[in-house]
Design a protein around this ligand. Structure first.
Ligand code: AHR
Length: 333
């Protein structure tokens, strides 16, 4: 019997006992059973509804989860990546995990909306859901245990603050966004604009480049042509798009750091190397390595302990070639 079924059995017994005594059934605590990480020989069954191949950040994040939830640690992780980033395939995997009766579901959502029915299904089955990275709407923490991610709005706000300081006299800028409908895209726009404050920087365009280097390059090429190269700053919402923008700037005869500046989010090794080489101007980490935090949350959730509704993963910013060179050798992703 999986750990969750064990917990449900214990809860059922406790509820009957409590009702007989006229007490409120406990909602957690010792008799909810424990995720003893397999010490009892039973593996905790974890369903991971994942995004799948998307870029360097995603690869690092999902591999870290797989490396953490191992059988040696007491877990049986079932990895279910989306088919071509398609939400329906994620919802189908989510439903299958509920039907299978896993003990807990980890969800990195390809879309911010459309999850209410799935979450209610898990709630009825008493299966805790933990959001990894991506938030979902509505933010109803009665439907999921928590969201584990860097503070996406704060990360983008720091990019905006850096941009405002880098352009005291203003200039024209463009934004390369992630795909429409993805929760982190709106958060990054909100944070960036908050960080800009009353900066004289002027947004002349914003388009999605779908997290991709190739599209980042082609979209910025088009923007530069449409604006006669009169763009001084690019906010790329992830590293891959920023690296593509750097290629487009170079091919347009613009020198990054002199004619144009490019800021990105993620902090993958390629971007840190590009910052060290002067091909990017600023990189803010959006730390993907939170597997141990996720494991701690799973244990607490299964043991009925309280968990904060948003668990922030620390992330740092790199604003110069020297800052990049100082960390490049030890970069884990
Ligand atoms: O949700 C996190 C974003 O998804 C990363 O910034 C991006 O690289 C990934 O594709």
């Amino acid at each position: 019997m999986s750990a969750k079924k064990h917990i449900r059995a214990v809860l059922g017994f406790a509820a009957v006992g409590a009702l007989a005594l006229g007490l409120t059934a406990c909602s957690g605590g010792d008799d909810k059973g424990s995720s003893d990480g397999g010490a009892s020989g039973e593996l905790v069954e974890v369903g991971f509804v994942a995004v799948g191949p998307e870029g360097g950040w995603r690869q690092a994040n999902e591999q870290n989860i797989k490396d953490t939830f191992t059988e040696d640690a007491g877990y049986k992780l079932s990895y279910a990546p989306a088919a071509n980033l398609d939400q329906k395939s994620q919802i189908d995997s989510f439903t299958a995990f509920v039907d299978q009766g896993v003990d807990v579901i980890l969800l990195s959502a390809t879309e911010a909306t459309g999850w209410e029915d799935s979450l209610k299904l898990a709630q009825e089955a008493e299966i805790p859901v933990i959001l990894l990275d991506r938030g979902i709407e509505p933010e109803d923490d009665s439907l999921y245990v928590t969201r584990i991610a860097p503070d996406n709005i704060e990360v983008a706000k720091e990019v905006g603050e850096w941009a405002a300081s880098a352009f005291p006299d203003g200039g024209n800028y463009v934004v390369l966004e992630g795909p429409a409908g993805v929760g982190v895209v709106n958060e990054r726009n909100e944070g960036f604009e908050a960080g800009l404050g009353d900066s004289a920087l002027n947004k002349v365009d914003a388009q999605t480049a779908n997290w991709s280097t190739e599209e980042g390059k082609s979209v910025l090429e088009t923007m530069l042509k449409a604006n006669g190269n009169d763009i001084q700053f690019v906010f790329a919402q992830n590293d891959e798009m920023g690296l593509g923008a750097a290629q487009a700037a170079e091919e347009a005869g613009l020198v990054v750091g002199q004619d144009i500046k490019i800021a990105t989010i993620d902090g993958t090794k390629n971007a840190i190397q590009a910052l060290a080489d002067g091909k990017l101007s600023y990189v803010h980490e959006y730390n993907p390595l939170f597997g141990e935090t996720a494991l701690d949350v799973v244990k607490k959730a299964l043991d009925g302990e309280d968990v904060d509704s948003y668990i922030i993963v620390p992330s740092e910013a790199f604003d110069s070639a020297d800052a990049a060179k100082a960390v490049l050798a030890d970069r884990k992703y």
